[in-house]
Ligand binder design. Structure first.
Ligand code: CA
Length: 664
């Protein structure tokens, strides 16, 4: 009798433990997330095709008045899995229609014992066929201060990973380095992990709205796993997040893909953002733009007014004429407003005396071009907020529909980090104010993007990337050949990048040895590979005049109906093919390589079957080489179909760009 009782209680013990495990599986079944409350702690683990990817990892919140995430029990009914399957259309993007297909479970818990006034914790888990995500919700009333998010992501084993360090990278303008995850100290997201030959992971966050940006700290528990701990960006006070009422964290997400190329095709980050809040998006116009930008970085022009001022009426009209002739939608002129010279007061409400902004905007409009506004704040977010409503209203009245914002400076308003909750709130206010005035935003020195363009598609593109400008003046010689080949798989996973490609003149007159370390054909390939809906052809117009290579740039769209990735080796080479929107049916291909020359076989099976295409191929010449002969390029034409296979011959740090037009 006694023995049977013991056996019975042992069996009950097992039964109880199992009763506390709930599983959500992806619609296609490849990914499953197990959720338990183990020792009172919310705990999850993740398997992909039967292999554990995330070992049991705990979740919780350290609040100012106590911890939520210990001594937890289920609150109310057992969690249920619900399914969601819908489609939505992107006003612009790398494809037009996105499928949002996932299974979701919300686990509602209560703390039996905490000093915190918040005792409830809900965790929502969504599982897609290309990854999983979860987010916290703290129900309740009144103020709450989050001191730390106790989120673990414990990878089952160490692996090579690509990242920039979060503790010493200003504005996210760093070179992504490959190395063992366990050897990294702090990392920004997106963090891209070569987990296994057939498993690629990318960790990031989505829908960062009123919260602190995430950073990750790898730690080694000693059991072979690598634990990624969450380090939220603090306010000066040390508090990470100030909340009021119900607090929701951004989604913590991991893309799980069988190839590196599939990482680029995941739209999970966008799906985890709220649907579009702009009812009529017809005023949002992606396109190519030019600017008096490279000439300033090359010290031929100045930002401030003076003998070499770039943003003069005459000079900007010269750019507008060129834009009109070559099909560019916009012309950006930085330094059009006072604030750049010594002792000048910054304002966005008047132009320098040598820049007739109203006349220039009229001149542009008459030629089907738009002047692009610019608001550099030197970190003075408060000044932008003070003037933006009046400034956007004035600009819109003149026909300006895009503004580039900038925040050069270590801190916003001399006190808070750009990626803190303070900065996140500021950037959001700018986007929403701009939307009211039908202004598109190109934001420089941003927080890392998290997919907000789904909700506010006037947030077109952002910097937060080590861009072309480093090839003008960086003391280290500029960006290495592998840089743009790593970017699509790293920073690019967070959304559009205003990298500003297409430098045709590789002079190094500012810093000897500092120039784009690529061939001309690679500069064309980057125009397709590095996605931005407002895509700058960054060189000075005199360097484009009479260049046959410009015929590729001036024909290349910046919004697409479909994207495919025929070749993908992170930091080594990548080929991307994109189909234009509308009835034209053209495809554009960009292929780029690191410092190694390569031959890549490109089956054209992505083309529509049964259609003949004229392929214009902009390729490295046989003797092209990024160090000795960067400009040597051939432009050839041939007819192809989806049955053909092209051989791309890329020089060292070379590239290839192809335009495929249907023949009717
Ligand atoms: Ca910059």
């Amino acid at each position: 009798m006694k023995l049977r009782l013991l056996l019975l209680s042992a069996m009950l013990g097992i039964a109880v433990a199992h009763a506390h495990a709930w599983t959500v599986t992806s619609p296609g079944g490849a990914i499953s997330v197990d959720f338990t409350i183990t020792g009172g702690k919310p705990t999850y683990s993740v398997a992909y095709r039967g292999r554990q990817v995330v070992s049991p990892s705990t979740l919780g919140m350290q609040l100012a008045d106590g911890t939520v995430g210990e001594n937890m029990t289920l609150e109310g009914a057992k969690p249920r899995v619900t399914s969601h399957d819908s489609h939505w259309v992107q006003p612009w993007g790398e494809d037009d229609t996105v499928r949002n297909h996932y299974n979701e479970m919300i686990v509602r818990m209560k703390s039996r014992k905490t000093t915190s006034s918040r005792k409830l914790l809900n965790i929502a888990v969504r599982v897609y066929d290309d990854g999983f995500a979860f987010r916290y919700e703290l129900p309740g009333n009144g103020n709450v201060e989050i001191i730390d998010e106790l989120t673990q992501m414990r990878l089952a084993h160490d692996a090579q990973a690509w990242s920039i360090p979060s503790n010493r990278t200003e504005y996210f303008e760093g070179i992504y380095e490959r190395g063992l995850l366990s050897a990294k100290d702090t990392v920004c997201t997106p963090l891209t992990i070569e987990y296994a030959p057939d498993v690629f992971l990318a960790v990031h966050e989505a829908n960062l709205t009123d919260y602190a940006s995430i950073n990750l700290t790898p730690r080694l528990p000693g059991d072979g796993t690598v634990s990624l701990l969450t380090a939220l960006t603090p306010w000066q006070s040390g508090v990470k997040v100030y909340g009021d009422g119900v607090v929701q964290s951004p989604w913590r997400m991991m893309i799980i893909a069988p190839t590196a190329g599939d990482l680029l095709l995941s739209r999970m980050m966008l799906n985890l953002n709220e649907p579009c809040r702009i009812a009529d998006t017809s005023w949002i116009e992606p396109g190519r733009y030019l600017g008096i930008w490279w000439s300033i970085h090359k010290k031929k022009n100045t930002w401030e007014m003076g003998p070499a001022h770039g943003a003069t009426t005459v000079n900007v009209k010269r750019y507008i004429d060129f834009a009109a002739r070559h099909g560019f939608a916009g012309v950006l002129a930085e330094g059009w407003n006072p604030g750049w010279g010594q002792g000048e007061t910054v304002t966005y409400l008047k132009a320098y005396p040598d820049f007739d902004i109203e006349g220039v905007c009229r001149y542009a409009r008459d030629r089907g071009v738009r002047f692009i506004g610019h608001m550099e704040s030197w970190g003075r977010a408060a000044l932008i907020e003070q003037e933006m409503d009046d400034a956007f209203s004035w600009y819109a009245g003149m026909g300006i529909n895009a503004v580039k914002t900038g925040y050069v400076g270590h801190l916003l308003d001399s006190k808070e980090l750009a990626k803190s909750q303070y900065g996140i709130r500021h950037y959001r206010r700018v986007i929403e104010c701009a939307a009211r005035h039908h202004i598109m935003i190109d934001n420089h020195e941003p927080a890392m993007p998290t997919g907000l363009q789904r909700t506010w598609p006037n947030l077109m593109t952002q910097e937060g990337v080590r861009g072309q400008e480093y090839n003008a003046w960086s003391a280290d010689g500029g960006n290495p050949p592998s840089h743009t080949v790593a970017l699509p798989f790293t920073r690019g996973l967070a959304g559009p990048m205003d990298f500003t490609p297409a430098i045709f003149n590789q002079g190094d007159d500012v810093v000897p040895g500092t120039h784009p370390h690529s061939t001309l054909a690679k500069q064309l390939g980057e125009f397709v590979v590095l996605y931005s809906p407002l895509q700058m052809a960054a060189d000075a117009i005199e360097n484009y005049e009479g260049q046959p290579a410009l015929t590729f740039i001036e024909s290349c769209p910046t919004t697409w109906s479909k994207t495919v990735v025929p070749h993908a080796a992170i930091g080594q080479y990548v080929t991307i093919a994109r189909k234009e929107r509308g009835d034209g049916g053209r495809w554009f291909v960009g292929s780029i390589t690191d410092e190694h020359a390569r031959k890549l076989s490109l089956p054209l099976k992505f083309l529509d079957a049964g259609v003949r295409y004229r392929a214009m191929i902009y390729a490295d010449a046989a003797d092209a080489d990024y160090e000795r002969n960067p400009y040597a390029m051939t432009i050839t034409q041939r007819e192809v179909t989806s049955a053909d296979v092209l051989t791309l011959t890329l020089a060292r740090s070379g590239g290839c760009a192809i335009r495929l037009e249907p023949l009717h």
